[in-house]
Design a protein. Sequence first.
Length: 198
Amino acid sequence: MASKSGKTSVLIVGGGALGSVFGWRLQLGGCLVSVVCRSNYEIVKNNGFQIESGKFGNGVFSPDHVFSSFNAAIAESNFYYDYIMVCTKTLPNISNPANVLMGSPINENSAIVLIQNGIDIEQYFHEAFPTNILISAIAYIDTKQTESGVIVHGEAISLQYGVFIPDQTETRHSTSSVPTNNSILETLEKHLIAGNSG
């Protein structure tokens, strides 16, 4: 299994107001973008996201692939994702935030980007996926889904992020072919800037 040839591949887990806008900009920034949707799956699969943006103007974001579950996104793809961006809401006092990615094996070359609410959620993902690079992110964005597949975005959009370093120093990757932390961050930044969302 290899990464998608010629393009950086991104899987957005959580096709709501936040995930759709970042996915839209990353696709325009040169990425191959797949999205996991839930209640809006059929509408997005058939029509894409209808986005009204004060900053970028109106547009349609048609993901390269749309899936109804994370397991389907892994099982039905013959390549690994360079970035898995988790854009779901989380309530760590109720359930393990990492459960959203459970059920299918994740390639160790995939970086997991956490764009979620909640404090100290990184440790849950580190315990579940100790060989994957984790990127912790905070999004500054005004966006909402007014109806299924319809997104209204204002002017604000930025993403602050960095690699999560666990408390205890350990060897997280076993092969020299795995991208370094710096290259993972630089590639993400390049695509965010190209999509005018850095």
